[in-house]
Design a protein around this ligand. Structure first.
Ligand code: DPM
Length: 357
């Protein structure tokens, strides 16, 4: 069944291929899927695209912090089931919601050019003009991200942090229509895609808050053996984003981290050098380890070729293999450095304390 070609007649009697795109039902997921659909439509004008929207566990459980639900593939399982049953041919995700190890039979066939990977502050309208620094003592900041809370608690000890769940629309509503939160922290990329850039009062640089692995990048998940679809979506890959995200995902995977651990990164590619800064934090940010490393990703650079075509779940035939190998090694090496300094102890304690919350 895999790779089966579905055909449809258009009004002119031409036979066209139908590609079904799976998406979650949230407005952000729909916007992201429509964005990828537009790109595919431009590249392959003869293909008919159909969008299939469904709810996932992450969309249904709205009262519990993500980090406490304990299911690794919160936003992906139902969509992968649909892929497996050939009900859809590809699924569009935020890369940061995809586990670093995908279930067998699936791969990330495209990683699109990254939006801003940074986090942003959205203020309650009554606090307009203030910053995290100038908000009054005891102001409550909404975020369920252990990563954001850990870094910001350390940096802004006068603030308090409280969980907030729900999709972006729900969160903005909870912020504006109640007095529970002075501000919330959200990914700048999601806010931009929703058209809410005007609500961003402050974008947090790496000195305040490093971002999550894969943040700001869109990923297209496909059946690993579906060469047709894989070839088609691979034209969407953005090389620099692919290399940065492979390094980030390799780092997180080596630390055995998921979306529920306080792990943060910062990456950059400049003159064919990929640099990665990675950090782990205790829940209150008091304990942390942070290191940086770099590697050449020059495609002329001799690095041992690996037989592995997937790198931390990503298949990118059109990005130099040696650069992908170097990026993956960078992530693993940086994680090993942090592990040698006690990162596992910090993460294990953070996990235990979070489970007991
Ligand atoms: C993951 C986290 C969050 C999402 C954890 C983290 C934020 C949870 C929260 C793994 N996934 O970032 O430390 O704030 O309570 C998510 C968002 C986007 C993708 C929304 C957001 C949009 C941005 C993107 C939720 N997943 O982070 O504000 O495409 O990267």
């Amino acid at each position: 069944m895999s790779g089966e070609v579905l055909n449809a007649q258009d009004g002119n009697g031409t036979v066209n291929r139908v590609i079904r795109m799976g998406t979650r039902k949230s407005q952000l997921a729909r916007i992201q899927t429509d964005y990828v659909a537009e790109k595919l439509k431009t590249l392959y004008p003869d293909v008919l695209l159909e969008i299939v929207a469904m709810s996932t566990i992450g969309d249904k459980i709205l009262d519990t912090a993500l980090s406490k639900i304990g299911e690794k593939s919160l936003f992906t399982k139902e969509l992968e089931n649909a892929l497996e049953r050939n009900e859809v041919d590809l699924v569009v995700h935020s890369l940061k919601d995809l586990p670093t190890t995908l279930p067998n039979g699936f791969t990330i066939g495209a990683v699109l050019q990254r939006e801003s990977p940074h986090d942003a502050v959205v203020l309650h309208p009554k606090n307009s003009g203030l910053t995290l620094d100038t908000l009054p003592d005891g102001s409550v900041i909404g975020t369920s991200s252990l990563r954001r809370a850990a870094q910001l608690k350390k940096k802004f000890p006068h603030l308090e942090f409280k969980d907030i769940r729900g999709n972006l629309n729900t969160r903005l509503k909870k912020l504006d229509e109640k007095e529970d939160y002075a501000a919330i922290i959200l990914a700048a990329a999601g806010l931009k895609r929703m058209g809410w850039e005007a609500r961003v009062s402050q974008v947090l640089g790496p000195e305040d808050c490093m971002y999550a692995v894969g943040q700001g990048a869109l990923a297209v998940e496909v059946r690993a053996r579906d060469c047709d679809i894989l070839g088609m979506v691979s034209t969407l890959h953005h090389s620099e984003t692919v290399l940065r995200c492979i390094a980030e995902r390799a780092f997180l995977r080596r630390l055995e981290g998921g979306c529920s651990v306080p792990v943060a990164v910062n990456t950059e590619v400049k003159d064919s050098v990929l640099s990665l800064t990675g950090a782990v934090y205790s829940l209150d940010g008091a304990d942390s380890l942070k290191e940086a490393m770099e590697t050449s990703v020059d495609s002329g650079n001799k690095v041992e070729e690996s037989a592995d075509i997937q790198h931390v779940g990503v298949t990118a035939h059109n990005v130099p293999q040696c650069a992908q190998v170097a990026a993956e090694k960078l992530g693993v090496d940086l994680a090993d450095l942090l592990l040698s300094k006690g990162a596992m102890e910090i993460l294990t304690t953070a996990r235990k304390l979070n489970d007991a919350r």
